[in-house]
Ligand binder design. Structure first.
Ligand code: GDP
Length: 296
């Protein structure tokens, strides 16, 4: 999702020398293959958007894969990038790196100040290791490796699989299917009380390119829109946009996860960046993409 949004944005800005490989061409967990790719292409800059990602269920069901795959992928890419001397690397982390009960909105300084949310601890620990590796390369070798922490992202090419997706994509699919089948109920996980912040991936891609051009500090920087919404309100908004008029029912056997995850985006704002796609419009655009590309 993030990689394809970055490509759309880079191409729109006129960049053409964009060496990429998809999953079938390059296995990022394979150290030898990753080194070979970097030696062959010798990129100037690297945006590290690749990761094994998943929603609350996948994350808590498969901690081994989330930890091992992500550590392998990022270690391979960051080390190989350093070896060939890339001028700049942007490592993408996640808002789940912050403690479960971090102050809200969460400032960058909250990193490693308390215990993590257990449902995504494995992913968070891998991402924290990635941040620390970038900072270590910066301190020890003077590398310009920066790290951005995006909030919950959504948009074209999101994962719409109900078992492994994040909440926005899952509810979009559920509302679509409920509307199509004439169902009267739509099942939402948890209590609906947790609050999350959502950023359209096209805005996230713009923020990445902005940071590549303007930000040269090893200190992490948050990327978000600065506003959050309760899962209940999100479900209602999605039903409204899609036109499903039935009822919401709550599956409280599923976890709520962290109670609130709103990033403090003062640092990014002060650099002069702000998002452009409001949530309702972003949901409508993503739904259009989903109908065209996934629902068939
Ligand atoms: P998180 O931000 O790491 O907790 O990951 P998710 O995006 O998967 O979940 C966010 C919140 O949405 C949690 O409180 C979930 O319980 C809730 N949620 C409600 N319905 C769904 C659903 O159908 N799928 C997912 N993944 N989460 C849901």
């Amino acid at each position: 999702m993030v990689g394809s949004a970055l490509l759309r944005r880079l191409e729109a800005e006129g960049f053409s020398n964009l060496p990429t490989r998809d999953r079938s061409e390059l296995d990022l967990t394979d150290e030898h293959a990753v080194r070979g790719f970097f030696r062959q292409e010798r990129p100037d800059a690297v945006i590290f958007a690749a990761a094994k990602v998943g929603g609350i269920k996948a994350n808590s069901d498969f901690p081994v894969e989330f930890l091992l795959d992500n550590l392998r992928i990022q270690n391979n890419v960051i080390e190989a990038a350093h070896e060939i001397g890339v001028r700049k690397l942007l490592f993408l982390g996640s808002s789940c790196i912050y403690p479960k009960f971090a102050p809200q909105p969460i400032p960058e300084t909250a990193l490693l100040t308390g215990p993590l949310e257990p449902t995504n601890e494995a992913y968070a620990v891998a991402k924290i290791a990635g941040i620390k590796l970038c900072q270590a390369f910066s301190r020890e070798y003077g590398a310009n490796f920066i790290s951005a922490m995006p909030t919950n992202l959504y948009g074209p090419n999101d994962n719409f699989d109900l078992e492994t997706s994040h909440v926005l994509a899952a509810l979009l699919r559920k509302a679509h299917e409920a509307k199509k089948s004439g169902a009267r109920q739509l099942v939402v996980w948890g209590t609906g009380k947790p609050r999350r912040e959502f950023l359209h991936v096209d805005d996230a891609a713009r923020a990445c390119l902005f940071l590549l051009e303007t930000y040269d500090s090893p200190e992490i920087i948050n990327v978000g829109c600065g506003e959050d919404i309760a899962i209940r309100e999100l479900a209602e908004l999605i039903c409204e946009v899609i036109g499903f008029n039935g009822e919401l029912s709550w599956d409280t056997t599923k976890p709520d996860g962290t109670p609130r995850k709103l990033l403090d985006v003062t640092r990014l704002k002060n650099l002069g960046w702000q998002p452009t796609i409001p949530l309702r419009e972003g949901i409508a655009r993503t739904y259009e993409w989903f109908v065209k590309n996934v629902a068939g």
